[in-house]
Write a protein that binds this ligand. Structure first.
Ligand SMILES: Nc1ncnc2c1ncn2[C@@H]1O[C@H](COP(=O)(O)OP(=O)(O)OP(=O)(O)O)[C@@H](O)[C@H]1O
Ligand SMILES: [Mg+2]
Length: 248
């Protein structure tokens, strides 16, 4: 069963087409990777899936299970369980991390025990009494973003580069947290990434590659991530021509 279905999606922002006819899906229980060079449209796609008002859908459809959510505003999508963990999380001066974490957990029915467990998995206990993200390191911010996303008890998450700018230990920590999210009721994940490290820990099922605002190929996550590491993104096109990957 498909948790997320994106069909021939076209998105514009600021008068520019940033997603140009993208189709992809995430089945129940799947972790799917989305690779692509800088500027190819990955974050724009994530924004459109979440329903950010600055990203105008000018063609195609987005389905959450069997429901067409293309026209739904962001709040309605979030209430259905669609969420995103973004590349850059904001500083919240005056709001201590623990207060914020408790409030989100309570709102979404996540128990205190689970909150404690997540704090331990993500190794953020030293940050709890500080103002959220203020002066946090890049890696700490990523872990906090994953914590706050998990506490929303989502059904589907787009993670926008959860592994960029973090060391290998933190990648392992983030993978464990994503596994925990599945235990807590997550049904599918789309992970935008430049590296394959996360794929190895998470046993990702499939991967897509986005180039110039389109998906250019789809295939097994490990094969695609190894090829990108070895040959870069052009190889993806060459292999596609050789019939190695499926055309998405
Ligand atoms: N709000 C916006 N206003 C103007 N241009 C935008 C906006 N958002 C995205 N773009 C442009 O759309 C293109 C795709 O950007 P996007 O952020 O989706 O790329 P990306 O694949 O996520 O890249 P990266 O790997 O660097 O994060 C870029 O050329 C970017 O400048
Ligand atoms: Mg991006």
């Amino acid at each position: 069963m498909k948790v997320l279905g994106v069909e021939n999606l076209k998105v514009s922002t600021d008068g520019k087409i940033v997603v140009n006819g993208v189709s992809l899906h995430v089945n129940s229980g799947e972790t799917v990777l989305l690779f692509g060079p800088n500027g190819s449209g990955k974050t724009s796609l994530a924004m459109a899936i979440l329903g950010h008002p600055n990203y105008r859908i000018i063609g195609g459809r987005i389905y959450f299970y069997d429901r067409d959510v293309t026209e739904f505003p962001i709040e309605k999508r979030v209430s259905l369980g669609i969420t995103a963990a973004f590349q850059f999380s904001p500083e919240l001066k005056g709001i201590k991390l623990m207060e914020l974490a408790r409030e989100i957990a309570e709102k979404h029915g996540v128990s205190e025990d689970t909150l404690k467990e997540l704090i331990e998995i993500l190794q953020v206990s030293h940050l709890l009494n500080r103002h959220t993200n203020v002066g946090f390191s890049g890696g700490e911010r990523k872990r906090v973003e994953i914590l706050l996303t998990t506490l929303q008890a989502p059904k589907f998450v787009v993670f926008d580069e959860p592994d960029s700018g973090v060391d290998r230990d933190s990648i392992l920590i983030i993978s464990k947290a994503i596994e925990k999210m599945f235990e807590l009721g997550l049904k599918g994940a789309l992970i935008i990434t430049h590296t394959g490290f996360l794929a190895k820990h998470l046993k990702a099922n499939r991967a897509y590659v986005m180039l110039d605002h389109r998906i250019v190929c789809e295939g097994p996550a490990e094969i695609i991530s190894d090829h990108i590491a070895k040959y870069g993104f052009d190889m993806c096109i060459l292999k596609r021509q050789a019939g190695y990957y499926e055309l998405a």
